[in-house]
Design a protein. Structure first.
Length: 436
């Protein structure tokens, strides 16, 4: 197969938004990423080629000369698939397939293929199928041979295949409606799970970041789990929750979410909204960045764009911590330079230099997570009769017990509670604020 990178040239007069989406990202890095996406589903990439375009052609995206030039290349490689690293309209895709006599896949279609391979759980499969059907519905053009079997109208009114296209659209629409109903049940189940975690005072910390930034490796390092982690785009897809032990013995739930990517298909953002609700409801969000990547800054902008789509403000320093991962790839001087850059960052949006591979810097990160979680909770002192087993048990279930000592038949306890339990503990146990 062949990968083509048809990237727009930036011209004088282009808007800042266009430049932010294109010029910031290096063309070679974009092409390497597209080839990496193809290899992620075991496709054999014979060649990856840049094809700068000054203007998008409505019929074929590329200009006529480029289409003819690539025809010879496709024939010489006997390529049975061409990946265009852009979003193609159904007409553009069909015309390129006719011109090249081979299957053509755009970036959205390729990412959907990868997600289809990676989804392991029933929920993940439902989400991917929904996204794929929404994508496929717009591509029911009259290029399929089976559409010639039927004629619309009374034999001469309406072209061949129109009735079949309508039937296919109706079938896809019915399937989409069923999938959406099933995903609503998934959302309801997730809400029940969240309500259960809220009754037991486990706060949620969510990992978010560009695909292959090292989220799963960091997840495994922090929770001692065995989630698949590989040097591969979208190595993991289905969300995972594990217990996270904080420095002073407190507990939180750590959530590993699907990785983001530039130009993430809107169908996927919509389909995975049930999964991403864990991210939206998280108390602390760790934005994991591969700081060693040449396009680290552009990747940061891509992740922040998706967060905004989900209604999350990337500038929420009280909630979001930046994690600069893979510092083990730098030498001592480079690390010192990174540390100086991090030190100059605003304290409202702090960043932490870590290596998920070696564990370097994780102690400081865990301490910051604990501080963030504690900021919205109140520490109280109280005394409970040692014979009040039910009361002591309730405190352990509904608060974070920081200290507990037996004195003369009573337990003197220091607990940390969130705002929903504060008044209950104060009124029931005559708790008083813990001196700072």
């Amino acid at each position: 197969m062949i990968v083509i990178g048809p990237y727009l040239r930036m011209r004088r007069g282009d808007t800042d938004a266009q430049q932010a989406g294109n010029a910031v990202r290096d063309s070679d890095a974009r092409l390497d990423e597209a080839a990496g996406l193809a290899r992620a589903i075991d496709l054999d990439v014979a060649e990856a080629i840049l094809a700068p375009v000054s203007q998008i052609r409505p019929a074929t995206y590329l200009g006529k000369g480029k289409v003819e030039e690539f025809t010879g290349l496709i024939v010489s490689h006997s390529a049975d698939l061409v990946v265009m690293d852009c979003a193609l309209s159904p007409i553009q895709q069909r015309n390129l397939e006719k011109a090249w006599s081979t299957k053509v896949l755009d970036r959205t279609g390729l990412i959907l293929e990868i997600f289809g391979r990676r989804a392991k759980t029933k929920e993940g499969a439902l989400q991917v199928e929904l996204a794929h059907l929404n994508y496929q519905r717009s591509r029911l053009v009259r290029s399929w041979t089976h559409l010639e079997r039927q004629r619309g109208g009374f034999g001469f009114m309406g072209g061949p295949g129109e009735t079949q296209i309508e039937a296919d659209r109706r079938l896809i629409g019915d399937r989409i409606a069923r999938l959406e109903n099933e995903l609503k049940k998934v959302q309801a189940t997730r809400r029940l799970h969240r309500a259960g975690r809220q009754r037991v005072p486990y706060r949620v910390v969510a990992l978010v970041g560009y695909t292959n930034a090292g989220k799963s490796t960091l997840f495994n390092r922090l929770t001692r789990a065995d989630v698949q982690a590989a040097d591969m785009l979208f190595a993991t897809l289905d969300p995972t929750l594990r217990a996270l032990t904080l420095p002073h013995g407190g507990k939180a739930m750590l959530s590993d979410t699907v990785g983001f990517i530039s130009n993430l298909p809107t169908q996927l953002v919509a389909a995975f909204r049930a999964t991403l609700e864990e991210l939206m409801e998280a108390d602390v969000i760790l934005h994991v960045r591969d700081i060693s990547h040449e396009d680290a800054e552009a990747q940061q902008h891509d992740v922040e764009a998706v967060l905004r789509q989900l209604g999350i403000d990337p500038g929420q320093g009280a909630r979001i911590l930046e994690v600069w991962n893979k510092i083990d790839r730098f030498d001592a001087d480079q690390r010192e330079n990174l540390a100086n850059i991090a030190a100059r960052r605003s304290t409202e949006v702090p960043c932490f230099l870590v290596s998920a591979e070696t564990g370097e810097g994780l102690d400081a990160l865990l301490a910051a997570i604990e501080d963030r979680l504690a900021a919205t909770r109140t520490t109280l002192d109280l005394s409970v009769d040692a014979s009040d087993g039910a009361g002591i048990s309730w405190l352990h279930r509904n608060s974070e017990v920081l200290a507990k000592e037996l004195h003369g038949g009573r337990f003197d306890m220091t607990v940390r509670v969130d705002e929903t339990k504060h008044d209950i503990v104060v009124n029931k146990y005559h708790a008083i604020p813990h001196p700072l």
